[in-house]
Design a protein around this ligand. Structure first.
Ligand SMILES: *[C@@H]1O[C@H](CO)[C@@H](O)[C@H](O)[C@H]1NC(C)=O
Length: 446
C-alpha cells in the first residue's frame, strides 16, 4: 500500500450533461433496411433510362455466400442480359450487385483477414523457396495483398485482396474487385450516408430533442461520504456527453441500480464500457477532468452519480452497533483485522493512521504487518486512540492513476476495541456470510 493522500476538498460538484433524446422516429422514411438496400449499383440507378429495346435483364441469381463469417464481408449476385434483338442497345445497368454481410465483430482470437490471406502462401513455393508471410502495408494500394516474408527483408505483392477485406485498419471501407469502397450507415458499399445526431441514418437532426443542463450539487450537509444522484438519462438517448471538473468522481448506474463505472468505492480505469446497449467512453485526466461519452441509443435508463470523496462537516460520530451490522460488514468489507494504532496524523482533510496489523480475519487483498489506514475526515469518526488495539473492518480504495491503493476506514465502518473473546466470534462469521447469502471471498494470510 502506498502512503499517499488524496486532497479533495471542493464543496461543489458541477456536472455538465449534454444529451440528445430520441423521440418518435418521425422521419423513419429515411431509414433504410440493409437487406433491401444493401447493395451497390456500379453505374447509377437501375431503370433510370427508358427501355427502348427488347433486350431485357433476366432475374438475379441468388447471392453468393458471404466472403467472411464475421467482421464484415461481401456477397455478390449476377444477372444476364437476354438479347432478343442483337442490333438493340445493351441492357442498362450492371450485371453485378454487391452487398455487405456478416457485419458483426469477430470473436477475439480470430486471425485478421489479411493475415489469413498472407498465411495461405506459407506452404507454397515462391521461386523455389518457402517463406512464412505476414501482412504488410506496402503503400501499393489499400486493396493489394502485400505480405512480408518473415525473417527476410522483402515483401511480395500477391495481387488483389479477397472481396470483403477491410481497406485499412483506419478506414471504414471494404475492398471489392480491388477497389476500396466506403460503407455508409445504410450498409450500401460506396454510400455517403451518415447517421445524424438522433441516430437516424441519413436523417436531418430533427427527429429528437436536445437536452443540455448544468447540475450543481451542494455538498451533502450530512457530511456523507457517498454517492449522490445527479440526473437520469432516459433510455433512447443518443450523443451523450457528461463532464465533471470537481475533485469528486463521476459514477454511472444502470436501471437496476448496479454500478457500471466507478461503483462500489473502486475507481475504474478509463476506457470503453459496454453499457445499456451502447459503448460508453470514460475519460479522466490527471487534473480531475472526467467525462462520459456515448453515441447511443441507450436501451435502458442510466443514472449519473457523483461520488463525494470527503465529508466536510463533522457533526456527531455515529457508532455502528449490533450483531447484524457486524456480520454484514464482516461479509462485505475487504479487510477485517486486529490492529494496533501506532500513530495518527491529519493530512489535508483526511486522517492517516499508522497501524500494526496483528491478526487478519479476512483480507480479499494482500495486507502487510504495518499499513497506513486512511479515514476520509478529520472528525475522529470513528474514534480511535493511539496505542490501543481494535477490530477494524475496512475497504480497499484504488484510484485509476494507481497513485492510491490504500486501506480506507469509513465513517460508518465497524470498529471495536479488541477483547480476546472477539477472536473466536470473528472466526465463526464466514459461515454466517454463506448463510445470509453475502458474497465473500476470504483468503486469510495468517
Ligand atoms: C447534424 O448535426 C451535426 C452535428 O451538429 C452536423 O455536423 C450535421 O451537419 C447536421 N446534419 C444536418 C443534416 O443538418
Amino acid at each position: 500500500m502506498l502512503p499517499s493522500c488524496r486532497l479533495a476538498h471542493q464543496c461543489l460538484a458541477t456536472v455538465y450533461a449534454v444529451l440528445v433524446l430520441l423521440i418518435t422516429p418521425a422521419f423513419s422514411q429515411v431509414q433504410r433496411t440493409p437487406i433491401e438496400r444493401g447493395f451497390l449499383n456500379w453505374f447509377g440507378p437501375e431503370h433510370s433510362l427508358p427501355l427502348r429495346s427488347s433486350n431485357e435483364w433476366g432475374s438475379w441469381q441468388s447471392w453468393s455466400p458471404c466472403s467472411r463469417t464475421c467482421g464484415g464481408g461481401a456477397a455478390v449476385r449476377t444477372r444476364q442480359c437476354i438479347k432478343r434483338d442483337s442490333a438493340g442497345p445493351d441492357c442498362p445497368g450492371d450485371t453485378r450487385q454487391y452487398q455487405v454481410c456478416n457485419m458483426k465483430d469477430c470473436p477475439s482470437g480470430v486471425t485478421d483477414f489479411r493475415h489469413f490471406q498472407c498465411s495461405a502462401y506459407n506452404n507454397k513455393p515462391l521461386m523455389g523457396n518457402y517463406y512464412r508471410w505476414l501482412p504488410f502495408q506496402s503503400g501499393q494500394g489499400d486493396c493489394e495483398l502485400s505480405c512480408l516474408a518473415q525473417g527476410q527483408n522483402f515483401y511480395y505483392n500477391f495481387g488483389r485482396v479477397l472481396d470483403g477485406t477491410s481497406c485499412h485498419a483506419e478506414y471504414n471501407g471494404i475492398c471489392i474487385n480491388g477497389q476500396c469502397l466506403k460503407v455508409g450507415c445504410d450498409l450500401i458499399l460506396g454510400s455517403d450516408e451518415k447517421t445524424d445526431i438522433c441516430g437516424v441514418c441519413g436523417g436531418q437532426n430533427v427527429s429528437c430533442q436536445h437536452h443540455r443542463n448544468i447540475y450543481t450539487t451542494k455538498y451533502p450537509a450530512s457530511g456523507l461520504f457517498g454517492y449522490n444522484e445527479v440526473t437520469m438519462i432516459p433510455a433512447g438517448a443518443t450523443n451523450i456527453r457528461v463532464t465533471d471538473k470537481s475533485n469528486n468522481y463521476l459514477a454511472l448506474r444502470n436501471r437496476n441500480y448496479h454500478y457500471v463505472i466507478n461503483g462500489n468505492w473502486a475507481i475504474s480505469f478509463p476506457g470503453v464500457f459496454n453499457v445499456a446497449g451502447t459503448k460508453v467512453q470514460y475519460k479522466r485526466s490527471a487534473d480531475n477532468q472526467e467525462s462520459f461519452e456515448a453515441t447511443g441509443p441507450t436501451d435502458e435508463d442510466l443514472h449519473v452519480m457523483i461520488r463525494f470523496l470527503i465529508a466536510d462537516k463533522c457533526g456527531k460520530c455515529r457508532k455502528v452497533k449490533g450483531r447484524q451490522n457486524k456480520i454484514k460488514q464482516y461479509c462485505q468489507k475487504d479487510f477485517v483485522f486486529r490492529g494496533r494504532i501506532v500513530s495518527k496524523k491529519i493530512v489535508g482533510k483526511e486522517t492517516c493512521y499508522d497501524v500494526q496489523v496483528i491478526i487478519t480475519y479476512k483480507n480479499k487483498f494482500p495486507i502487510m504487518r504495518r499499513e497506513y489506514m486512511w479515514v476520509p475526515n478529520t472528525c475522529d469518526c470513528p474514534s480511535l486512540l493511539e496505542k490501543r488495539e481494535y477490530i477494524l473492518m475496512a475497504r480497499r480504495h484504488v484510484n485509476y492513476e494507481k497513485t492510491l491503493n490504500r486501506i480506507l476506514l469509513e465513517r460508518d465502518s465497524f470498529v471495536r476495541l479488541y477483547k480476546p473473546k472477539e477472536d473466536k466470534m470473528l472466526r465463526d462469521l464466514d459461515k454466517e456470510c454463506a448463510k445470509s447469502g453475502y458474497q465473500t471471498n476470504p483468503k486469510p494470510n495468517q
